[in-house]
Design a protein around this ligand. Structure first.
Ligand SMILES: Nc1ncnc2c1ncn2[C@@H]1O[C@H](COP(=O)(O)OP(=O)(O)O)[C@@H](O)[C@H]1O
Ligand SMILES: [Mg+2]
Length: 410
C-alpha cells in the first residue's frame, strides 16, 4: 500500500505564496509509486482545504474557486488514524486518511514551530524539525545564542525588545553603539528580509528601529560583513546523521538579498494570487535566485563551511533538509554563519541536484527521516502509568490542599 503523505502549505505568513510554489514543486516530484500525495492548503485566514486542484499552480489565481471546489477540512486523530474530515455541513465525513504530514511551509505561524506543535499535539508523524528545532530555526535571537554557545564564527550582535526601546531609548542605543557601524537591524522572527535595514549612523539606526518594531517585539542588531559574498549549503539528516549538499553562491544586485531577489527573480508577465503582490505563475520560488553553483571556493573554505553547517544543524536540533546561509568577507576570507532555514524555499532541491541527488530522492529521504524521527520520539517515555491525580482526589482535591505558609487560601 502507498504511504499517504499530506503536504501542508500556505498559512498565515508573509511567505505564503512562496510556500505554495515550494509545495507544488515538491508534490510534482514525489514518487507516485510509493506515495499518495494529498495537498493540504492553509489559507491566510487559517482555513484548511484539500482537493486535487491544489496541485496545480493555476488554481491559486482565485481563492474563491478553491473555496468552492475544494473541501474545507480539519486534521485530527480518530479511531487509530489521522484523518482529514469535512469541517462544515451535516455530514462531517472523512475525506482522506493520512499516514504522515509533510509541512512545506515558510515563515512565522507555520515554519516556526506553530504548525509542528499542532502536529505533535495530535500525534501524527511528520517530516522536518520538531517544535524545538523549528523555534530555534526561526527566532534569530535564540538561533544566535545557541550558535554562539557552540563557538561557530558569527558577526557581533546585540538584541533588545521594543519595550526596552520605548522605556529607555538611551540604554538601547548605548547597547547597539558597542557594535561597529555599519550595522544591520533585523526583526527577530519575521524572516524574508522584512523590516531589515542597514544603518551607517545613529540617525539611521533610530529610523531602522522605528521600522523594525512594527514587525516584531524582538530586534537583533549585528555588524555588517563587508566585501560580502553569500553562500548557502543544505544539510540533510537528524541529530544522529547528517550529510551536506553542494554549496551555492547567491548573487544580489541590491545591498542585501531582498524578497524580490529571493523569490520573484526575473519572472515577468505573470499574474499573481488575487490580492497579492507576489506573482506565482512564472516564478520558480527560491530556485529563481541568481546563483553560481557550485560556488567558487577553495578547498579549505569549503571544508570549513561544511563543518560549521553540520555542527550548527545539530546544535539547533534541525531535522529533515535545512539550508544554512553564510556570509564571507572576500577580502579577509573570513566566514560567518548567518542563519538556518529549517524548511528552505524550493526545499533547496537545486543544491542536491548539483550533487546528483534528484528532487525525488530528496523528498524520499526527507520522508524516511520523518518516519525514523517519529519512531525515535515514540520510543522515549513521555507519560507514567501512575495517575497522581487519583491520590490527590482521595486527599480532598484542591479544596483539601493546604496552602504554603502565608499563601492565599484557594
Ligand atoms: N551581518 C550582515 N552583513 C551583511 N549583510 C547581511 C548581514 N546579515 C544579513 N545580511 C543580508 O541581508 C539578507 C537578509 O538577512 P537574513 O539574516 O538572511 O534575514 P532573513 O531571515 O530575512 O533571510 C542576507 O541574505 C544578506 O544579504
Ligand atoms: Mg536569509
Amino acid at each position: 500500500m502507498k504511504i499517504r503523505v499530506g503536504v501542508i502549505f500556505g498559512g498565515e505568513s508573509v511567505e505564503h505564496e512562496v510556500s505554495i510554489i515550494s509545495a507544488i514543486q515538491a508534490m510534482d516530484k514525489m514518487n507516485l509509486e510509493k506515495y499518495e500525495v494529498i495537498p493540504i492548503y492553509i489559507t491566510k485566514d487559517r482555513e484548511w482545504y484539500t482537493g486535487d486542484m491544489l496541485k496545480d499552480i493555476d488554481s491559486y489565481q482565485d481563492l474563491d474557486l478553491i473555496k468552492r471546489y475544494c473541501t474545507n477540512v480539519v486534521l485530527f486523530y480518530r479511531n487509530g488514524s489521522y484523518v482529514l474530515q469535512k469541517k462544515n455541513g451535516l455530514l462531517k465525513n472523512v475525506v482522506k486518511e493520512i499516514d504522515i504530514a509533510f509541512p512545506v511551509v515558510h515563515g512565522t505561524n507555520v515554519e516556526d514551530g506553530v504548525l509542528q506543535g499542532y502536529l505533535q499535539t495530535i500525534g501524527i508523524p511528520f517530516v522536518g524539525p520538531n517544535v524545538y528545532g523549528a523555534v530555534a530555526g526561526q527566532d534569530k535571537v535564540i538561533m544566535k545564542d545557541i550558535l554562539n554557545g557552540i563557538g561557530v564564527p558569527m558577526t557581533k550582535y546585540v538584541w533588545f525588545y521594543d519595550v526596552d526601546y520605548k522605556d529607555d531609548r538611551e540604554e538601547v542605543l548605548k547597547k547597539v553603539n558597542t557594535l561597529k557601524y555599519p550595522i544591520i537591524l533585523k526583526p527577530a522572527t519575521t524572516g524574508s528580509s522584512v523590516g531589515i535595514s542597514v544603518c551607517s549612523n545613529e540617525e539611521e539606526l533610530i529610523e531602522g528601529i522605528e521600522d523594525a518594531i512594527q514587525y516584531d517585539t524582538k530586534i537583533v542588531v549585528e555588524e555588517v560583513v563587508k566585501n560580502l559574498k553569500e553562500v548557502n549549503i543544505a544539510v540533510m539528516g537528524s541529530y544522529e546523521h547528517q550529510k551536506v549538499s553542494e554549496i551555492e553562491e547567491v548573487l544580489s544586485g541590491n545591498k542585501f538579498l531582498t524578497y524580490q531577489d529571493k523569490y520573484i527573480g526575473g519572472g515577468k508577465g505573470s499574474k499573481g494570487v488575487k490580492g497579492s503582490k507576489v506573482p506565482v505563475k512564472g516564478s520558480k520560488g527560491m530556485a529563481s535566485t541568481n546563483r553560481i553553483l557550485p560556488a567558487h571556493l577553495d578547498e579549505k573554505l569549503r571544508k570549513e563551511i561544511e563543518d560549521i553547517a553540520v555542527k550548527s544543524f545539530k546544535a539547533l536540533g534541525a531535522c529533515g533538509n535545512s539550508r544554512i546561509d553564510f556570509l564571507i568577507d572576500e577580502e579577509t576570507n573570513k566566514v560567518y554563519i548567518n542563519e538556518i532555514n529549517s524548511i528552505p524555499g524550493s526545499l533547496a532541491y537545486y543544491l542536491w541536484e548539483a550533487k546528483d541527488v534528484s528532487f525525488t530522492e530528496v523528498l524520499d529521504e526527507m520522508i524516511n527521516i520523518g518516519i525514523k524521527s517519529y519512531k525515535k520520539r515514540m520510543s522515549k517515555t513521555h507519560t507514567f502509568e501512575t495517575n497522581i491525580l487519583q491520590g490527590f482526589a482521595a486527599r480532598g482535591g484542591i479544596k483539601g490542599m493546604k496552602g504554603a505558609k502565608g499563601a492565599k487560601k484557594i
